[in-house]
Design a protein around this ligand. Sequence first.
Ligand SMILES: Cc1cc2nc3c(=O)[nH]c(=O)nc-3n(C[C@H](O)[C@H](O)[C@H](O)COP(=O)(O)OP(=O)(O)OC[C@H]3O[C@@H](n4cnc5c(N)ncnc54)[C@H](O)[C@@H]3O)c2cc1C
Length: 415
Amino acid sequence: MPPTAGARPRALVIGAGITGALVAWRLQRAGWQVTILEAAYVGAGSSSRTAAGIRQQFSTPETVVGMRFSVDFYRRFCEEVGGTDVPIVQNGYLFLHADEEAWQGARARVAMQRHFGLAEVEDLDVSALVQRFSWVDRHAVLGGTFCPSDGFLHPETVYNEAIAAARRLGATLHVASPVTRTEHVGDRIVALHTPQGRFEADLVVDCTNAFDAALQGQLGFTPLPIAPLKRYLWFVQRDGSVFSGELGTRAFASMPLVIAPSGAYCRPENAESLLCGWAHEARPEPGFGYDDQDRVEPEFFHKTGTDTVGYQTWATLAEVIPGIGEFAGITATTCGYYATTPDHNPFLDRDPAIQNLIRAVGFSGHGAMFGPFSALVVEALAREGRPDHLAVLDRDIPLTAFRIGRAFGHESMVI
Ligand SMILES: Cc1cc2nc3c(=O)[nH]c(=O)nc-3n(C[C@H](O)[C@H](O)[C@H](O)COP(=O)(O)OP(=O)(O)OC[C@H]3O[C@@H](n4cnc5c(N)ncnc54)[C@H](O)[C@@H]3O)c2cc1C
């Protein structure tokens, strides 16, 4: 339902992470009367446990364009949303490749990404690569793709400032307000219930991401294939000769987010600490609770021993960046949940069974970067029903890749 003159239609946003905060801000600005219902507190989910990388180097055109929008938005965040801290650090993303087939695939992706407007992405053969990034071991890789406008985010700035901006525009926030029940008339939700009270709705937006796996059954939403998977981060203390002195300090501070051929990744967290991560086999935990988010299993905890996954992650990264092998040690292990879908694309769509419910969930480890684009799509869905296409920057992109009920083919897998 598009907002009309007179009384504002009421939108209820469930969840106050990056997605809910940006959706609330955008809908309130577009003329809706937004109420945010958050079960715990702002940033209580994955948004405060994230590596917060943001890249436009994707394998599908709509995501390349969508993430170009997100990067542009985050760069203009203070003008658009407010606050004084720009939440994006544009150190770039560097994908390293050691296998010929993977390297050729990466080069083909660069051509596609350029075609879809990512002019600044480059494929660097090994000589060009080590000339640019002298800390990469030239014998360990064939080449790399680098996009200087990629980087990483300060997630707390995003959700805190977006919530504050939404409230300045007139939105209402209720924390400690878990949605426990829906009230329907026909195929529409007319109200949501929380222990704090009943909230009437013209539109509901589900922004609960990994929590949705449990919530969808409880609230009668259409079941979506979302697997909450535990993911870890480790923080390694900077030390050693390669990144020492003034030059080394500068090289460390400007280091891009690097993805090693093994899939492990790292980036500077601050002047003294390297954030590292690596996906591992994990069983889905659809019934996880808030405390489980920070539960570190012994085989992932750096204090359990040097044969744990954090040390393996550090070691595989040191195979391509030998200088970090000299670092002093792991000082912290943190974790949270990915909300993984079969093709690693989120669901940004209307619920097929509930006419006034929009689902913006299943971000599969990309929800921080998707935030601005997700909010843009939600605004279009709220305004237009279920558009097939959306004008994003200089392109008109299909929204079918984000639809509920799409086929999950090998070719649609997002990498
Ligand atoms: C280790 C790790 C690394 C990651 N790295 C990256 C990365 O590099 N780049 C990237 O883009 N993404 C990354 N992600 C993923 C990213 O963090 C998430 O996709 C993103 O934060 C999701 O934001 P969200 O607002 O959709 O969900 P969340 O931040 O999880 O927020 C959902 C909110 O819903 C609330 N909620 C739940 N149930 C209810 C209810 N019944 N009623 C009301 N409220 C409810 C929760 O309390 C929570 O605040 C990573 C995640 C992890 C764990």
